[in-house]
Structures are given as structure tokens and as C-alpha cells.
Design a protein around this ligand. Sequence first.
Ligand SMILES: Nc1ncnc2c1ncn2[C@@H]1O[C@H](COP(=O)(O)OP(=O)(O)O)[C@@H](O)[C@H]1O
Ligand SMILES: [Mg+2]
Length: 263
Amino acid sequence: MAESEDVLTIEHVAKRFGPVTALRDVNLHLRKGEVLGLLGDNGAGKSTLMKIVSGFQKPDSGRVLLRGEEVELRSVDHARSLGIDCVYQDLALIDQLPVFQNMFLRREQVHRPVPFLATRRMKQETRRALDAIGVNIPRIDVPVARLSGGQRQAIAVARTVTSDADIILLDEPLAAMGAKEGAMILDLVARLRAEARVSIIMIAHNYVHVLESCDRVNLIQDGHITFDRPTADTSVEELNEIVVEEYRRARLAAISGDGPTEA
Ligand SMILES: Nc1ncnc2c1ncn2[C@@H]1O[C@H](COP(=O)(O)OP(=O)(O)O)[C@@H](O)[C@H]1O
Ligand SMILES: [Mg+2]
């Protein structure tokens, strides 16, 4: 099923947590240079899927292929060494450290130890990297704790982009963000999309954002991908209708007592 232009292919991936089946049978592919939007209800398994692709969790069954070759992702570091990097919902920035040190954090840990870098050089490189991807952070010597949610998210994304990653996973980069901050992230994604150097999976909730920022959209329901369409060939109305239908089914199941119920 893997197409030659696919950088990432997921085949029949399943994952359970005790009694909970997070992923039943996921088939998904990501083409080189594209931005794929991943939609799904809370608890649908989106984050679990990203954690499997980023080497943080192992699937119970199924395969992950990188550029057509099956890989067993042993750890987050292993996945990073293969060019896959994930910006998790909690970002993994160190609040007390200034922007420029956060930008260099993982490179020291992950890649062959970067010999001690002079502060001045780290600052210069951080400034250059942020400018290059159009992220406006006026001061890079303040602790990241003092920045807005949008700026923090932008730094986490920028760090990934300036590493060697060519497959970038963004887990709800717009969560808990106002319109103006969200626009900063969407601009960044748009810029990366235009460059087409990296391939991106972006989890989002807002259909408008997905339709504007992504080349293709996948919807995950009941542990598998139920909808896969170029964004140009779908609409907010269509996506809405599918999701409303899902709610309707879940409600009926809850009323009749045989479906999953919310705790
Ligand atoms: N580490 C875990 N232990 C137990 N259950 C988990 C764990 N991670 C996720 N789950 C469960 O798996 C399901 C999918 O979760 P998740 O992938 O976070 O969904 P989403 O990101 O789409 O909201 C949920 O029911 C969640 O409670
Ligand atoms: Mg999630």
C-alpha cells in the first residue's frame, strides 16, 4: 500500500491500555512535503498515534514504515535520529531557562555531544533560526516561563524545525490559544508547507484551521481512520456532518446502555 512518495506509512497499528482500545486498526500515510491534518474526538487515540510514531510508545501490533522501509522505533531518541520529531501537548520546554538555551537543549542531549557552545553563538543561532522561520520573539534571553502560550509553542516548533527532523508531528499546537497567538503558529505551518522541505502531521480541532493549513485531512473514529480526503475536496459542512453523526451514534449507544459511557 505504501506509495513511493510516502515518507511515513502506518499499517494496521493497534494499541490497547488495559481494557481501553485506543487504536484498533490504523492505516495512515504521509507524503513528502505535505501537511496532514488529523481530526478526532477527545480520546479518539490521536496522541497515542503520535506517541507511537515518535517512538514514545510501542504498538501492540502493526507496522511503521519510513520511506518504504519497516522500522521498529525503539525510543524517542531513536525516532529523532531517523528524522521524526514530535511537539507534544506539554511542549517539554524548561521554564526557568531562557529561550536560546531551550533552543539548544535537546541537541546537546540527542546528537553527538555538541562541544560547549559559547552563549553568544547560541544566541546568534537562535535569533537566526527564529527569523528564518518568521517567529517573532523580541527577547531570547528571558526565561520561557515569561512568554505567552503562542510564543512557547512557536519555540517548541522552531526547535524541531531547526533540528534535522523531516517528519514533524504537532499535537494540538493551537490548544488553549487565542486567535492572535494561534495565527502565529498557523503562519509558521503555512511557511513550512510552502517550503515543502518537511512533512507534517498536525492534530487540530478547528476544521477551518485544518482546511486552510493542511493539504489533506484524516479523521480518526473508533480506533481507525474513517475519512481521508484532500482538503480541497471537502468542507467544514461535510466534516461537521460526519462528527455530528458520530455524536448521534454515541448518544444512542449510551441511552441503550451498550456503548461506551463517559466517566
Ligand atoms: N498511558 C495511558 N494509559 C492508559 N490509558 C491511556 C493512556 N494513554 C491514552 N490512554 C487512553 O487511550 C485513549 C486515547 O487517548 P489519546 O490518544 O490521548 O486520545 P486523543 O489524543 O485523541 O484525545 C483514551 O481513552 C485514553 O484515556
Ligand atoms: Mg491528545
